[in-house]
Design a protein around this ligand. Structure first.
Ligand SMILES: *[C@@H]1O[C@H](CO)[C@@H](O)[C@H](O)[C@H]1NC(C)=O
Length: 206
């Protein structure tokens, strides 16, 4: 049974490279692929070559998914604003309100901002900022860096993902994004008197 699952999984991986839209349910079906991947975590009978082959396929898949993921915010208004960089080991939460783009860098549990930003939860890019990101960090489109740390003190409490809900865990659960993460960001914006409807909201994971 386990072997059958494993074989099915290898098959799924093998066809990923030729993942074509016309056969989406068969080749790219999210549910079957996800359950095969979860099952495969329990397998440890791979040969050395198989392990390397799987790592190779997973690396290709991971690279591709990351590229696609980072494009999810593309085209957000105001489109003169460059895309802010997503911190590694964290995430970037962005939204547009009244033609102003706001992005909030966040760190995963076990990581802390390299730069004190407790009183500065998010950054802005708008006509008023010359369509550049205002940032205390070295500037450019990099808003923050998350470094490995035992304690998390440099940012506001809401700027950290919890231990069991890192960026990807959160992003894969729509109710978590809506309630905890996006809801919190919206109330932070409202309390800074940012009024209006939120558009092009997205969470990108580094
Ligand atoms: C999403 O998160 C909520 C709140 O933590 C949790 O109750 C629910 O089981 C999660 N859903 C999935 C599919 O993991």
């Amino acid at each position: 049974m386990a072997l059958q699952g494993a074989l099915m999984w290898i098959c799924s991986l093998a066809v990923l490279s030729s993942c074509a839209a016309q056969d989406e349910t068969l080749q790219c079906g999210y549910n079957s692929l996800t359950s095969n991947l979860k099952e495969a975590v329990e397998c440890d009978s791979w040969s050395s070559e198989e392990r390397a082959g799987l790592l190779l396929n997973l690396r290709n898949l991971r690279d591709k998914l990351n590229r696609l993921q980072l494009r999810e915010c593309q085209g957000a208004e105001p489109n003169k604003c460059p895309q802010a960089e997503v911190p590694e080991d964290g995430g970037l939460l962005c939204t547009t309100v009244s033609d102003k783009r706001y992005c909030k860098p966040m760190c995963n549990h076990g990581y802390d901002f390299s730069f004190l930003r407790r009183s500065r939860v998010y950054e802005e890019c708008s006509e008023q900022t010359g369509f550049k990101w205002q940032s205390q960090f070295i500037g450019g489109n990099k808003l923050a860096v998350c470094n490995k740390a035992h304690i998390q003190v440099s940012g506001a409490a809401s700027a950290y993902f919890s231990e069991d809900q890192d960026c990807l865990t959160t992003k894969s659960n729509s109710s978590l994004i809506e309630s905890a993460i996006m809801g919190g960001f919206m109330s932070e914006l409202r309390s800074a008197d940012v009024q209006g409807e939120a558009e092009n909201s997205c969470l990108l994971c580094g």
